[in-house]
Design a protein. Structure first.
Length: 363
């Protein structure tokens, strides 16, 4: 919807391509799935595809319907269904549209094999549960799955797992050991690395890597910033100041009066609230940029507005540009820093961008 309200999100296709190339450069001997599930982490599936279609080795999505839409849009690269099939219709589409599907349980494999012709080519990622305990086959299940597939000469198999703590202190050693013990004599292709593993653990690169959050310019690590990693912000959320108030010491701001001015202050009201996707639970002190200066929010985030401190930015008045996160015209604000202040992660900020926010695409 076009609107005169000043909030906008800008998506940089160039930054997305830069981040994909960085991922490829870190794993030069592997191919890379561009993970575009959840509407490309809130950035727009088609915007991501347009930016990456000439270079991506393949695209990873969640829903079969999205995979079919890509095929109908003449995307010929491999497409991976990250949660596999949910119906016989999905199974038939896997064969007909040459999709690669994850299989994470025997029931899913039974459905797949019962729904497609015995000589149909199939590309299957057998997902192993190596300790995350979310989805995945056990060692016993894997043995059974390979037996079920033994007669399928046109089945191309890859083994995969997903790391729970590649970004943390426990790392990947335990899960890697379990993966090795489970696969036994397997010498075929393997896919292991998510963004954190790709960036931190080169021995996980194997045949296919699966960069997700790093494609969108966010760091998967608490202690290393996106800038440190060479990533570029893909989304900038921007708005403007629509009101200015002068506060005396003791004045309170916003619903619930959660912020009390400790001195005379000048605050700006920004056209952005939780109905736009900004986190309502972001506390006073969350970083924000106004006219090229970094400042912070004050008070509780409202549905359509939030307030920020303009005391040290005297030239900022009504109409002054604001960056909520990203590399905006009013300055750079790390989405990871905003997320950290709000007690969440940048993944959630990006995915929560509301449909009412207009989005502009930059090449």
């Amino acid at each position: 919807m076009k609107t005169s309200r000043p909030i906008r999100a800008r998506i940089s296709g160039g930054a997305l391509l830069h981040n994909y190339r960085l991922a490829k450069g870190l794993a030069p001997n592997a191919k890379a799935w561009a993970v575009i599930k959840a509407n490309a982490y809130g950035h727009g599936q088609w915007r991501a595809v347009d930016a990456l279609r000439a270079e991506a080795d393949g695209f990873a999505v969640l829903e079969c319907e999205n995979a079919l839409a890509l095929r109908e849009a003449d995307v010929t690269r491999p497409i991976l269904l990250l949660e596999g099939i949910f119906s016989a219709r999905d199974a038939r589409a896997v064969a007909e549209y040459r999709l690669t599907t994850v299989v994470h349980c025997l029931e899913q494999l039974e459905l797949l094999l019962a729904s497609v012709a015995g000589d149909a080519p199939l590309a299957i990622y057998l997902k192993l549960n190596t300790g995350m305990n979310r989805l995945g086959l056990t060692a016993v299940d894997l043995k059974k799955a390979r037996e079920m597939l033994a007669g399928r000469r046109n089945a191309e198999l890859t083994l995969m797992t997903h790391f729970a703590e590649a970004d943390g202190g426990r790392g990947i050693d335990e899960q890697m050991a379990r993966f090795s013990a489970m696969h036994g004599d397997w010498t075929g292709p393997v896919s292991l690395a998510n963004s954190a593993a790709l960036l931190r653990h080169p021995r996980t690169h194997a045949d296919w890597v699966r960069p997700g959050i790093m494609l969108y310019g966010s760091s998967p690590f608490e202690e290393r910033s996106a800038d440190d990693l060479g990533l570029q912000a893909v989304m900038a959320l921007e708005s403007r100041i629509i009101g200015v108030q002068q506060l005396a010491a003791g004045d309170r701001v916003g619903y619930g009066g959660t912020f009390t001015a400790g001195r005379a202050m000048r605050i700006g009201v920004v056209a952005c609230g939780y109905a736009d996707g900004y986190p309502r639970h972001a506390p006073s002190g969350t970083p924000i940029a106004v006219t090229g200066r970094l400042t912070s929010t004050v008070g509780r985030v409202s549905m359509d507005m939030l307030a920020c401190d303009l005391s040290d930015i005297p030239d900022a008045g009504i109409g002054a540009p604001v960056t909520l996160w990203g590399d905006g015209a009013a300055g750079r604000v790390s989405a990871d820093a905003v997320a950290r202040a709000a007690g969440t992660i940048a993944y959630e900020l990006f995915c929560a961008l509301a449909p009412r926010v207009p989005v502009d695409l930059e090449r």
